[in-house]
Design a protein around this ligand. Sequence first.
Ligand code: MN
Length: 258
Amino acid sequence: MSNSNPKTPNNLDRRRFLITGGLAAAAFALGGASTGLRASGESRRVPIPQFTVQPLEYPVDSLEPHIDATTMEIHHGRHYTGYVNRLNAALEQAQVRGPASLPKLLGDLQAIPETVRTAVRNNGGGAYNHEIFWRVLSPDGGGDPPGELARAIDRDFGSIAAFRSAFSAAAGGVFGSGWAWVCTDRDGSLFITSTPNQDSPVMHGAVERTGTPICGLDVWEHAYYLHYQNRRSDYIAAFWNLVDWGNIAQFYRDATAE
Ligand code: MN
């Protein structure tokens, strides 16, 4: 078919792509992360910035006896690493140059091309959720939350004991695979929620309640089955011996400073 007519679909498509690509590139150059999503044409494949695997800040055997070394090794080295790799593959496949931060990428899933949206939701959620999880665990964890965070917990849950009980119940109540979360609202109020699969509280419009997570507990069986088998409640009880209140307090300060 001849393409000499300037109004053929081919020419229109090309012009639209150039305009869209130019605007998106300009927005990115200005640091416009939330407006920077771009799906470029097949003929213009470019390298897409890759998300990286975040290393554990403690040895895999240091959480024993509460979480065993083999579970941590497989969980971090295979499950979590797999999410990061598959997220990168999906972004590369669709040539999506999204925001550099996972919560911003996941906060606007509608901007992701439909061909890879589910892959980005599942694997991007998996990447981000685990990056929180690794940091709310510590071999030196446990005890009670510090100062400002303790006061916020008292304010929003009545007491630390009531908060622990509500969070444990949320984690125990997840049917199948998912997560329990402590999040902050826009006004800094704390709330507890859960998500199925690898959904994350930052996924606006996709989850029951949106917020900024400051603590997450992975209740997929891969997180505990080797040691605890079906006894999820024992794993949840053990979590309180590992919880890194210092990092959670920092997440809370970061979330409420935004
Ligand atoms: Mn996991």
